[in-house]
Design a protein around this ligand. Structure first.
Ligand SMILES: [Zn+2]
Length: 162
């Protein structure tokens, strides 16, 4: 979403409201600080197929709540959570399908949480991926840690710096 004032693509959602079949968003440009409003149409018939086969209609608020719970007491800004929900929503709507499995939504949320906050990621994964036991949870944490660079140990840094 580009800023209509300066063309910058880095804009932040500051308020989101559903109005009938469209979503109204207030955005703030991260470059020039101007605010503007966008309207996006929601596919009126997007259904989410749950694991047990039941269908429910796409509910942005529900996804938002799930992410918020995972981020409880973590240093994640509400604007970043909103931004992630935006990404997920834009993605699922861009698929242009009437129905998608809930796993598509879950994977997309996990992908975003991975970069936002590792603890929130693990919390969400343990619920969403329905990890059956501590071994499965540990495997998921190992998978996450493998992609992480080694943390710099303060003692070593001190020795190098003199
Ligand atoms: Zn701008």
């Amino acid at each position: 979403m580009r800023c209509p004032h300066c063309g910058e693509s880095d804009t932040r959602v500051i308020d989101t409201r559903a109005t009938g079949n469209s979503v109204r968003r207030r955005r703030e440009c991260q470059k020039c600080g101007q605010r503007f409003t966008t309207y996006e149409n929601i596919a009126p018939t997007l259904n989410i197929i749950k694991r047990d086969g039941r269908r429910e209609s796409w509910d942005r608020q529900k996804v938002l709540n799930g992410i918020r719970i995972a981020c409880t007491k973590r240093p994640v800004a509400m604007a970043d959570i909103e931004g992630l929900v935006d990404q997920v929503e834009e993605y699922v709507l861009s698929l242009g399908r009437a129905e998608i499995p809930s796993s598509v939504v879950g994977e997309k949320v996990l992908e975003g949480l991975k970069t936002l906050d590792p603890v929130a990621y693990i919390r969400f994964a343990s619920v969403y991926l329905d990890l059956p036991d501590l071994y499965a949870l540990r495997a998921e944490i190992d998978r996450l840690l493998e992609g992480e660079p080694e943390p710099v140990r303060p003692l070593e840094r001190q020795a190098v710096g003199g």
